[in-house]
Write a protein that binds this ligand. Structure first.
Ligand code: NAD
Ligand code: UDP
Ligand code: UDP
Length: 342
């Protein structure tokens, strides 16, 4: 185990017999903040399908919807609470997956003060809750903590290149403070923490108009609109399919390493390549144009997943070429458009 800034740290000082035994008892009570959102609702599905968990979702429905959870409404092991994590929450649980936070730039920039409150006060409240009830807590941090990275690919040890006063800071600096809070509660109060640094994730149930690149391109292609490649188009991202992401998060929660651990798909694509892939796989007649970009857009991003592979035994299994058509099928259904198949 490494220490200091390292990714792996010792277990908390004095785990009581009660605290360790709860990981072996059959029924686990699990809180998912942000569980009505894109990644959260897929995580709910997996945990509910296991059949041995009681799942509580706390969500304020800013970017998530009840629709994403409709198959579990009325299930005796499922509970949905309309709750804003910037307010204290009193529930009794064994594990907390803390996802609540808008993830798309257009939403997190919409009310930046609320975004940073969600990251700071929301994470503080969930840590206070974890401390009180002795729950293990996982934070979904982000590759944005690396900012516009000067190291490529990004390893967990890299401290990042982040503008503290930019328009993205409410999100990336917010997540950096959230990570700090996690480690302070761990070191000072012995709270069991897990930190995932999530790289761009895509798949069914993404908000159709949430402004992120994969959802934009697929929606544009299906609607017969021109895909908007933001300049210069040579910037890169690495896209992880949502089922792989959920698998990684569950392995991290259930494993012995605090993280931070990168979870993402190391396949790296330029935005022009992504537009080409959408054209090839989803709508051969589609076209794209170059549009204006937003400030502080990271030029390249690709996870080093050595740690996830070694420590969690995790690696992504769904390639972009496999995942894009699966997402397009869901979008086509929700948009009510007929998909042309070749
Ligand atoms: P999402 O917007 O679909 O889900 C976020 C959920 O949090 C929504 O249901 C929203 O209503 C809820 N929420 C927001 N603010 C809240 C508040 N104050 N109180 C209670 N609920 C609140 O986004 P997602 O893509 O599912 O992202 C989930 C998590 O993963 C976020 O923490 C995000 O930062 C992180 N993440 C996602 C990606 C990605 O590519 N999707 C990348 C990096 C990190
Ligand atoms: N908190 C919460 N649920 C709990 C326990 C605490 O929401 O079950 C909140 C609490 O309101 C506080 C935060 O978590 O704002 C941090 O709690 P902690 O006990 O660490 O700090 P303190 O209350 O002493 O400031
Ligand atoms: N992007 C694009 N067209 C769009 C939306 C985004 O070319 O319609 C680009 C954007 O400039 C960025 C990349 O896609 O370089 C990823 O943007 P997104 O908002 O999806 O995620 P993030 O910036 O958080 O990685």
């Amino acid at each position: 185990a490494t220490n200091g800034e390292g990714a792996v740290s010792k277990p908390p000082p004095t785990p009581s017999p009660l605290r360790s035994s709860k990981y072996t008892t059959a029924k686990m009570r699990i809180l998912i903040t942000g569980g009505a959102g894109f990644i959260g609702s897929h995580l709910v599905d997996r945990l509910m399908e296991e059949g041995t968990n009681e799942v509580i979702v706390a969500d304020n429905f800013f970017t998530g919807t009840k629709e994403n959870l409709k198959r579990w409404m009325g299930h005796p092991n499922f509970e949905l609470i309309r709750h804003d994590v910037t307010e204290p929450l009193l529930v009794e649980v064994d594990q907390i997956y803390h996802l609540a936070c808008p993830a798309s730039p257009i939403f997190y920039k919409h009310n930046p003060v609320k975004t940073i409150k969600t990251n700071v006060m929301g994470t503080l409240n969930m840590l206070g809750l974890a401390k009180r009830v002795g729950a293990r807590i996982l934070l979904t941090s982000t590759s944005e903590v690396y900012g516009d990275p000067l190291e490529h690919p990004q390893k967990e040890e890299y401290w990042g290149n982040v503008n503290p006063i930019g328009v993205r800071s409410c999100y990336d600096e917010g997540k950096r403070v959230a990570e700090t809070l996690m480690f302070d509660y761990h070191r000072q109060h012995g709270v069991e923490i897990r930190i995932a640094r999530i790289f761009n994730t895509y798949g069914p149930r993404m908000n159709i108009d949430d402004g992120r690149v994969v959802s934009n391109f697929i929606a544009q292609a299906l609607r017969g609109e021109v895909m908007t490649v933001q300049a210069p188009g040579t910037q890169t991202r690495s896209f992880c399919y949502v089922s792989d992401m959920v698998d990684g998060l569950m392995k991290l929660m259930r494993g012995e390493n605090t993280g931070p651990i990168n979870i993402g798909n190391p396949g790296e694509f330029t935005m022009l390549e992504l537009a080409e892939a959408v054209k090839e796989l989803i709508a051969p007649e589609a076209s794209y144009k170059i549009t204006e970009n937003t400030p502080d857009d990271p030029r390249q991003r690709k996870p080093d997943i050595t740690k996830a592979t070694k420590l969690l035994g995790w690696a992504p299994t769904v390639s972009l070429h496999q995942g894009l058509p699966l997402m397009a099928a869901d979008f086509a259904e929700r948009l009510g458009v007929e998909r042309k198949t070749d």
